[in-house]
Design a protein around this ligand. Structure first.
Ligand code: NAD
Ligand code: MG
Length: 399
């Protein structure tokens, strides 16, 4: 029986995780669930899964949730804020932490889980992008187990010959769908709306990662994630566009065998794999019907169409602080785009603008350095958003 804390349980990965968990009450027990603002959804999850703890973002939401839980006679104890997230991540009552918070907010709790030697199911790629060396060191020093949930990394994990420690691996090949604007003329991209950017052709995901997929920043973040997870130098990680999203990634070996992992694009497959690893369990996902596939195609991404991908691939060369700055600027730019304050094409401009002012720093960084660089980069990026002018008057107040 695994005892789980699901950080970010109300999100896309969080709800998919609970869907798989509900199919296997004999294997999993829920100890803690967390949400930022979606208190009603968190209440429903608490009523169904009866965790010992629930964590929310703010005090007033904690009071509200607590009152509703008490009224219903439910036993869940409520806390709020980053420290409470870290407390549940390191609690002796859970052995497994599902890190499914979006963005930099997931860093401290994910790191707390690593330092407590937990089994970590990592979806929160931003944590690894920000703190790769530090995070992997914490995993090793505290004998934590890191299981990738991101579909590409989970596919690679499955294709690596675990028993032989990855011996003979030549390249990792990350597949990318190309997102909703793959066939769109680059000179029309400045006019796309947030809803168009979030309408991913194959995957249903949260809004931030959906925009990242449309800019292909997501694939850049995933190359950085793969570099840290698998200890692979960036020049041996390839990105190939595969619009059907059936092959989730591949590993090429020295003898030119290429192993791939296939399945319909549904996060419940990598989640079920990581939840039960090394066992295999039912995920609820529709079986892959090979005869009904019209074909599997591959192409090289065009750097002119996807400047965010180029920016992300460059930062690995420039050290930890550059990765932190890239991630922070991207979070600010994506939020500003979703809010209607800047155009889609300005996301890459804000990120580049922030990186250009960033000193190259090849030294290691501790958590305080990382959080300080994150705060500085956010301030730069907000200025850059302001310079680009608010599209909606209300947005001006925010940036
Ligand atoms: P989402 O927006 O659907 O959900 C995010 C979750 O994090 C919610 O529960 C929300 O309440 C919580 N959250 C948001 N801001 C927070 C804050 N400041 N403090 C604490 N909690 C906060 O996101 P998602 O699509 O589920 O993605 C989650 C993570 O998984 C991201 O890092 C994403 O890149 C990664 N990921 C997602 C998918 C996918 O299919 N959705 C696939 C691969 C990787
Ligand atoms: Mg992915």
């Amino acid at each position: 029986m695994h005892r789980l804390a699901i950080l970010g349980s109300t999100g896309s990965v969080g709800t998919s995780t609970l869907d798989v968990v509900a199919r296997h009450p004999d294997r999993f027990e829920i100890v803690a669930l967390t949400a930022h603002r979606r208190i009603d959804r968190l209440y429903e999850q608490c009523a169904r899964f009866r965790p010992a703890y629930a964590v929310v973002g703010e005090a007033h939401d904690a009071l509200r949730l607590n009152a509703t839980l008490r009224q219903a006679g439910l036993p869940t104890r409520v806390a709020y804020g980053q420290d409470a997230l870290c407390d549940v991540a390191r609690s002796a009552e859970c052995d497994t932490v599902v890190a499914a918070i979006v963005g930099a907010a997931g860093l401290r709790p994910s790191l707390a889980a690593a330092r407590a030697g937990k089994r970590i199911l990592l979806a929160n790629k931003e944590a690894l992008v920000m703190s790769g060396a530090l995070f992997m060191r914490a995993v090793a020093e505290h004998q934590a187990t890191l299981l990738p949930v991101d579909s590409e990394h989970n596919a690679i994990f499955q294709c690596l010959d675990q028993a032989r420690g990855g011996q003979g691996v030549e390249r990792l090949i990350l597949t990318a769908s190309g997102g909703p604007f793959l066939r769109r003329a680059p000179d029309s991209l400045h006019e796309v709306s947030p809803d168009e950017a979030c309408a991913h052709p194959n995957w249903s995901m949260g809004r931030k990662i959906s925009v990242d997929s449309a800019t292909m920043m997501n694939k850049g973040l995933e190359v950085i994630e793969a570099h840290w997870l698998f200890g692979m130098p960036p020049e041996r990680i390839d990105v190939v566009i595969h619009p059907q999203s059936v092959i989730h990634s591949m590993v090429a070996y020295a003898d030119q065998s290429v192993l791939a992992q296939l399945g319909v694009p549904d996060m419940r497959t990598p989640i079920a794999h990581a939840l039960a690893y090394p066992a295999r369990i039912a995920s609820g996902v529709t079986p892959l019907d090979l005869a009904r596939l019209s074909g599997l195609t591959f192409e090289t991404p065009d750097p002119a169409q996807f400047p965010c991908l180029r920016l992300a691939l460059n930062v690995l060369r420039d050290g930890c602080q550059a990765s932190v700055a890239l991630n922070a600027a991207n979070e600010i730019a994506v939020e500003a785009f979703l809010y209607g304050a800047i155009r889609f094409t300005a996301i890459a401009e804000v990120v580049e603008d922030t990186l250009l002012r960033w000193p190259i720093d090849r030294h290691g960084a501790d958590l305080d350095d990382i959080l300080a660089a994150d705060a500085r980069a956010r301030a730069h990026a907000r200025q850059s958003v302001r310079r680009r002018g608010a599209l909606r008057p209300a947005a001006a107040a925010l940036y």
